[in-house]
Design a protein. Structure first.
Length: 117
């Protein structure tokens, strides 16, 4: 098994309320949590469907795959060493270590690992 776990798909939205309404009422996803007017997480089973405005989206306007890993720094280096690019990080935010990268074809990925406290 790989040390990488795809856990989240991050979608862009300009109107969080309307997007939450669409995904909960149209597709039946339940709201896991909401962070103000900028970010929400919906229960997609094994994968979280995240809705983010440009304030909280790692690459606004793009669909981004969130991948959980034990070593964010090594993942970012591997991407860069194999034709991808680091956009931001690795860095620590309030809850996790992250790196925002493009793969070798320009697709957005976010590697993350919960901070050990």
């Amino acid at each position: 098994m790989s040390g990488y776990e795809p856990k989240m798909i991050i979608l862009s939205t300009e109107n969080l309320d309307e997007s939450i309404k669409f995904y909960t009422e149209t597709l039946g996803f339940s709201l896991k949590f909401r962070d103000g007017a900028h970010f929400a997480a919906l229960d997609g089973g094994a994968v979280t469907i995240a809705l983010a405005t440009p304030v909280d989206h790692p690459i606004p306007g793009k669909i981004v795959l969130g991948i959980k890993t034990a070593d964010v720094d090594a993942a970012a280096k591997a991407i860069e060493d194999n034709g991808g690019a680091i956009i931001k990080g690795p860095y620590d935010d309030a809850h996790e270590r992250r790196a925002v990268v493009y793969d070798n074809e320009g697709n957005g990925l976010v590697f993350y690992s919960p901070l050990k406290r």
